[in-house]
Design a protein around this ligand. Sequence first.
Ligand SMILES: O=C(O)CCC(=O)C(=O)O
Ligand SMILES: [Fe+2]
Length: 354
Amino acid sequence: MAKVARIPIIDLNYDDQDEAQRVRVAKDLVEAAVEHGFIYIKNTGTDIPVSAVDDAFTLSKKLFAAPLEEKEACRIQTNNRGWSAMQYETLDPAHQRVGDFKEAFNFGEFINGKAQQPIPPSISPHESDISNFRDLCYEMCLKINTLLGIGLGVNPTDFFTQAHLREKGPSGSTLRYLYYPPLTQTPDANPAGDVRAGAHSDYGSITMLFRLRGQAGLEILTPDNTWVPVPVTPEGTENDPAPPILVNIADLLSYWTNGLLRSTVHRVVFGSGGRGKLVQGESDTEPRYSIAYFCHPVGTAPLTAVPSERVRNHKPTDDSGNGNGNPYAERKVLTADEHLQMRLRASYLQLYKD
Ligand SMILES: O=C(O)CCC(=O)C(=O)O
Ligand SMILES: [Fe+2]
């Protein structure tokens, strides 16, 4: 059996009246974020109902199965909204021969349940459901940001949360449906060298990832520089109503905390015959679907030093200035939006070529 990533599993289902318990969970969350950058959040349906996740996957499948013209009419724009065709995005341009073997659809902000971008007619009757799911993700993201503030001893503890509040202005937060066809449908792919999503770290503050049981592919780069798969259903969650939600620290939060919180590099690979090592009980012969919510602070949020003793005392351990070997989180960025623009330009070469 393949060696798998050892990522802590945390249950956010604590008693709201029990402050000591909340602080304990917050500290566990921070330690996992410092050590691994990835955290499994047990999904018992409290924060995000299991039916809402199931319905989101149903809609995603409908969207990617829609006629090509419908998706073409929603092609991704420089506002980072819309449909990204097979191989259009290249997450690791320095090392990839060709683009990612995936399709993606990005949903930006909704206003009163209405998308502010073209939506394929095949799923437009469900626009308000997509908006609701995005809201659930947003609320959970605020909760995690609050816990991170508590666990880090940031003063005020809601420093991160305040920076994410929608009422303060638009943000780069994006709900993304992803579809990775199986090798049988991608004859151009060379599974030994090509990837379904190139090695990258995420751009925002945190990412929440939903996956389907049995679908292989995600790997993280460990501190000793080896790739290990991230099981969809880690030990101890087999009987939960849904697989855990996989949360990872992204570049902006790593940058904000001077590298204390780890933004871990990850990728999606072909398993059988490819580079990946399959986790027991998972396979890559079926089409793979995942859903990510990329949580970003409001675009104008200045990335000033986090008011935390622990962050102040943290010494970056490498030349990048972010302490975790991540080459993207450079110190020159000023606002959340500037940071996002820098990252998008690097991965959508055609879109930004002019
Ligand atoms: O599909 C996955 O499992 C991961 C996708 C991912 O890393 C991303 O879209 O940033
Ligand atoms: Fe990612």
